[in-house]
Design a binder for this molecule. Structure first.
Ligand SMILES: [Zn+2]
Length: 398
């Protein structure tokens, strides 16, 4: 819990770091991370669902805002501290925080209730552009997204994280809707009506819409009207709210992020798993926006507790040391990235089984490997054990 609290604190405080981050970003080379795509044979989305929250370190998704004003600077948020505060805290961070505090599904589902998706958004910058064309999103299009992305991101050397953030263009004109560059696509999003809602004192509707569009970017499809590759998301009537519109099937509306409703505050295990898969490069082109904070140890020790027997089917990047307690068993079937200088300690009577899995350092460096501890357990001298089976591998450097 401590780590979550600390991370959300960091997330809330980032605004004070913007100038420093902008300067740092300009000079800091992006860490070279070797993708683990293609190694693991483990593919089911449900295997990636964060059922035990701390076993899936939080993934941060880089975002950048582009406020599209009219040519004369009117018609949208002005570039002042009040706008930046609202956009950061009430809009962006509210949207992100809800990813760690999801509601149970309103509609019947086979999914267990998982409160924390273990995915958050990290705002890296806010830009203001004067551009009548980009301001008017009343008739937005994919082509518009591509044009704005090229002009203000790819062709503008002053923009941070051109290839490693989702660039969110916030129009001034247009109804409350959005558009993403694709399913599992780490490029751009268009949203409008944010300023209108700001003037009305409403941050939760645009925050829900932002979550929805980022859901598309991270690999999710609408759930109400067509198959979405998740068996635990029921088709539904697409109601906005309870009895809105007034028809019998709207007595219980969906509250799923990927439907259009007033809450957009629930996700199923499969949906969460798909987002984690996409961010691990298992499908689509969105792993570029994952914050590479897993090269060093930044999280507190991760412990597999006595009596627990855990199988890690899914690939993951750990951000801490790992300890396997006496009487605990961890079976590794996926590829597990270990941070630099980290180690795995297997205490007496604990078991680590690398069963077709792989332990490695993903950032070009070393980790300290596996320490098997000797000791007494129930009157006998025992050791922590390591078994490597099948195609299992333990790599200390790369
Ligand atoms: Zn949508």
């Amino acid at each position: 819990m401590k780590s979550i609290k600390m991370l959300s604190y960091i997330n809330r405080c980032w605004v004070f770091l913007i100038p420093a981050l902008l300067i740092l970003a300009a000079f800091r080379p992006a860490p070279q991370v070797s993708a683990i795509d293609g190694y693991s044979t483990q593919g089911a989305a449900s295997a990636y669902a964060p059922l035990i929250p701390e076993h899936t370190p939080i993934k941060f998704v880089r975002t950048v805002f582009h406020i599209m004003q009219r040519d004369d600077g009117s018609g949208n948020f002005p570039d002042d501290s009040a706008s930046r505060q609202w956009l950061t805290y009430l809009y962006h961070n509210h949207s992100s925080d809800a990813m760690g505090d999801l509601r149970p599904m309103n509609l019947p589902t086979a999914s267990p209730y998982i409160r924390d998706s273990r995915i958050r958004f990290q705002l890296e910058g806010i830009y203001f552009h004067q551009d009548d064309y980009g301001w008017n999103m009343a008739h937005d299009s994919h082509q518009m997204g591509e044009k704005l992305y090229k002009k203000y991101v790819l062709d503008d050397p002053g923009t941070v994280y051109p290839q490693s953030a989702i660039h969110i263009f916030i129009g001034g004109q247009g109804s409350s809707h959005g558009r993403a560059s694709g399913i599992a696509s780490g490029k751009w999003i268009l949203v409008s009506s944010v300023y209108k809602k700001y003037l009305q004192g409403n941050h939760w509707i645009p925050a829900g819409l932002l979550r929805h569009e980022l859901g598309h970017s991270l690999g999710l499809i609408h759930t109400w009207n067509a198959p979405d590759r998740c068996d635990d998301t029921p088709l539904n009537a697409g109601c906005w709210n309870v009895n809105e519109p007034a028809k019998p099937e709207c007595a219980t509306p969906s509250n799923n992020v990927m439907d259009y409703n007033a809450c957009q505050c629930a996700l199923t295990a499969c949906q969460m798993g798909r987002m984690h898969q996409a961010l691990m490069g298992k499908f689509g082109k969105v792993d570029n926006v994952l914050v590479t904070d897993f090269c060093r140890r930044v999280d507190p020790l991760l412990t597999i507790n006595s009596g627990d027997s855990v199988v890690w089917v899914a690939d993951r990047y750990l951000k801490s040391d790992l300890r396997i307690e006496p009487g605990a068993t961890l079976v590794v079937q996926g590829a597990i990235g270990m941070p630099r200088s980290s180690r795995i300690v297997v205490r007496p009577g604990g078991r680590l089984i690398v069963e077709n899995g792989r332990l490695f350092q993903p950032c070009g460096g070393q980790w300290k490997g596996i320490k098997l501890v000797k000791g007494k357990r129930q009157g006998k001298r025992v050791m922590g054990s390591l078994e490597i089976t099948g195609k299992g591998k333990v790599e200390h450097t790369r």
